[in-house]
Design a protein around this ligand. Sequence first.
Ligand code: ADP
Ligand code: MG
Length: 252
Amino acid sequence: MNMIKAVDIHKKFNNLEVLKGISLTVNKGEVIAIIGPSGSGKSTFLRCLNRLETIDQGTIEIEGDVLVAGSADGKVQYAAEAEARQICRRMGMVFQQFNLFPHLTVLENVIEAPITVKGVKREDIVPQAEELLRKVGLAEKRDVYPSRLSGGQKQRVAIARALAINPDIMLFDEPTSALDPELTGEVLKAMRKLAEEHMTMIVVTHEMAFAREVANRVIFMDNGEIVEQGTPEAVFGSPSQPRTKAFLNRVV
Ligand SMILES: Nc1ncnc2c1ncn2[C@@H]1O[C@H](COP(=O)(O)OP(=O)(O)O)[C@@H](O)[C@H]1O
Ligand SMILES: [Mg+2]
């Protein structure tokens, strides 16, 4: 069974076609890195996977369950609301901007969604949240407010928060792009650890070294399309498409 199966995804914003038929299948435990120039549709694609954006055409299945499917009239049909929510909760997402709740402590930020969204009891989730904070190296910050944290620490809290809903898949959208260079390492380390534990992950990133070392597959997107994909060795070492070569020459 595929963890994610996206077929022929099309998405327009007004008249701008941002995704022009993206297909991607992700297996359990795979780490996919998506690279590509700004504006190529990487964020939109991730957001479509967990219904932060709706698609205009195509099919998305998560762990074999249909989130949205093409229908005969050329439009799409989403799963009923409760089912769609349940499907999307299997994906945790981490954004470039961490969006922690400023009025909640680190621990409260991590336990908020399990309590309000999943109805988990506070006493049941607190030990798990503490374990997650240990995992991202922030156990000692549990009672601190986000304003007292560095950007790297905030992003690690955001990772713990996303993990607290116990997702089967993690989606990362440029998780280190808003960070000072000296703080990216600690965030990448937390992500690397997750990958080593065989979490299924899609990571949109500009960190080519991370993509090369951690990803099983690298996808190069440009202008709403997947231009090229393959192992890191293939895509970085001997890209076959001129657009991939040009992009890598600019960024590496
Ligand atoms: N909510 C939106 N409304 C209108 N246009 C959008 C919206 N979100 C993204 N876009 C446009 O879609 C294109 C792809 O954006 P995005 O998915 O953010 O690309 P990337 O993440 O690769 O930089 C860009 O031209 C962007 O301006
Ligand atoms: Mg983006």
